[in-house]
Design a protein around this ligand. Structure first.
Ligand code: CMP
Length: 138
């Protein structure tokens, strides 16, 4: 069994019909999907999910954007999942993301940046539990 990470295909990815292409990249990179669904986050859920950013100037805009339409949280498994997924998606700001990364290909800017990835094993566990119950994880 590998390590876990949480991905979210954010509202801009859903609106622009990028879900299939991004999931294809995730699977091609060797990740296993352990849970996946489409939801529309409530403001309460988004505020809690991004609580670490509550003092940042972009916090309210971030909550508004994450609740602006459906998104697709995905629980993923792979050896070294957190680092491997962050490598696949590239830098937060697509202008600084490497060629061939998800954000280079699909993100507009550092706010609407197509996809989320957990930043540590500890946060991955917390973030997966934010979206998925035990029976939703296969
Ligand atoms: P994510 O990896 O989901 O984690 C925090 C999110 O905040 C980030 O992706 C962006 O969507 C957003 N974010 C980070 N930095 C900025 C910024 N400077 N301006 C606006 N949004 C940001």
């Amino acid at each position: 069994m590998g390590n876990k990470t949480l991905a979210i295909l954010k509202p801009d990815s859903v609106k622009k019909n990028y879900i299939g292409d991004i999931v294809k990249m995730i699977l091609a990179a060797g990740f296993k999907i352990k849970g996946m669904k489409m939801i529309k986050m409530t403001p309460e859920s988004a505020k809690l999910f991004y609580l670490v950013h509550k003092d940042r100037p972009f916090y309210n805009d971030l909550v508004e954007y994450m609740t602006s339409g459906p998104c697709v949280p995905i629980a993923l498994e792979k050896e070294n999942a957190v680092a491997e997924f962050r490598k696949l998606i590239g830098a937060t700001d697509p202008a600084q993301a490497e060629e061939g990364t998800v954000r280079k290909l699909y993100a507009k800017d550092k706010a609407e940046n197509a996809v989320h990835g957990s930043d540590s094993d500890e946060n991955a566990a917390i973030e997966i539990a934010h979206f998925f119950s035990t029976q939703e994880l296969v």
